[in-house]
Write a protein that binds this ligand. Structure first.
Ligand code: ATP
Length: 298
């Protein structure tokens, strides 16, 4: 798989505040990568460093396998701050101005307007747009010139539910075009709904990263039962990964120290002469992980 971005231990301090603290991240083509963390966890600073808007104190990063350059910058579209367009000009005129500044042709104007759902309103003035439409026009302008990567900072902030739904749809459509997306968000639910991969940040540090589906599937908790629950308790507490257990009605809820494979636990018990009458996994949600990780780090 083609590597789009490698971040090697970048750090940034503002006075005494360590905004980014030794961050390592790798992002591959086609991923929708979420930087997830509470306010002040360093997401915007990280994105700003990656876009050369802020200089990092230490560490390095590579875009498309090379040190950042003017060439690599041209392959990246971004929406980091509130959109700044001319209020009395139409969407088309505003996009033409952006295309002129970026030195891009007007060829893909219609396509980005269609993609962002603004085509029918393309000849209306910017000031008549709803907040959601303004945000989508910012995405349209970032997509001019067909970038390989789209960077978005809190793309649904301030939007109403309909605006949020439209922005999420748009992000999905952009991803379907094969454009790699990197977005910062403090909303777990958002990351769960639109991202394929996630890195959880707290106080400028990465606490955890992985595939969103993996994170959702992490299971360290099993529910088990057998005819002889006392014998089962003794046997399961001998398992090398065993951590603790609690009784829940006619079952044991068993906590393990790390990731476990239910079939392996079943086999382990079977070798000790126990036939399980019940075995099921309790999946922890990313939310539980997120909260635990933040608690552990505070
Ligand atoms: P938010 O979503 O609230 O913007 P964030 O996760 O994007 O949060 P950053 O904006 O990167 O976090 O901020 C990280 C830390 O750095 C915070 O403590 C913030 O106050 C501080 N910080 C950010 N920019 C500056 C600046 N220009 N000068 C001083 N401190 C800053």
């Amino acid at each position: 798989m083609e590597k789009i971005l490698s971040i090697h231990g970048i750090s940034k301090k503002y006075g005494r505040i360590q905004a980014v603290n030794g961050l390592f991240i790798e992002i591959y083509k086609g991923q929708v990568f979420g930087l997830l963390g509470p306010n002040g966890s360093g997401k915007t600073t990280t994105l700003s460093i990656l876009l050369d808007l802020v200089r990092n104190d230490s560490g390095t990063f590579e875009w498309f396998g090379k040190p950042p350059s003017k060439e690599s910058r041209k392959r990246i579209g971004s929406v980091i701050e509130n959109p700044n367009f001319f209020p009395y000009l139409t969407a088309v005129k505003n996009l033409q101005i952006v295309a002129d500044i970026k030195d891009k042709p007007y060829d893909d104007l219609d396509e980005v307007l269609q993609l962002t759902g603004l085509y029918d309103r393309r000849n209306d003035r910017f000031r008549t747009y709803s907040f959601g439409m303004k945000q989508r026009l910012a995405v349209a302008s970032a997509l001019l010139g067909n970038p390989d990567v789209l960077i978005l900072d809190e793309p649904t902030n301030g939007l109403d539910p309909q605006g949020i739904a439209k922005m999420r749809e748009l992000i999905k459509r952009v991803a379907e075009k094969g454009i790699t997306i990197i977005l910062a968000s403090h909303l777990l639910d958002e990351v769960q709904k639109i991202c394929s991969h996630v890195a959880v940040l707290s106080k400028g540090k990465k606490l955890f990263d992985g595939e969103v589906s993996d994170v959702l599937a992490i299971s360290e908790l099993l529910e088990i039962a057998a005819d002889d629950m006392i014998q089962l308790e003794k046997a399961i507490s001998m398992h090398p990964g065993f951590s603790s257990l609690v009784r829940s009605e006619d079952r044991w809820l068993v906590y393990f120290k790390g990731k476990i494979v239910p079939a392996e636990v079943n086999e382990f018990l079977h070798r000790q002469g126990i036939v399980l009458t019940h075995l099921s996994e309790r999946k922890r949600t990313l939310e539980q992980h997120f909260l635990e990780l933040l608690r552990d780090n505070s």
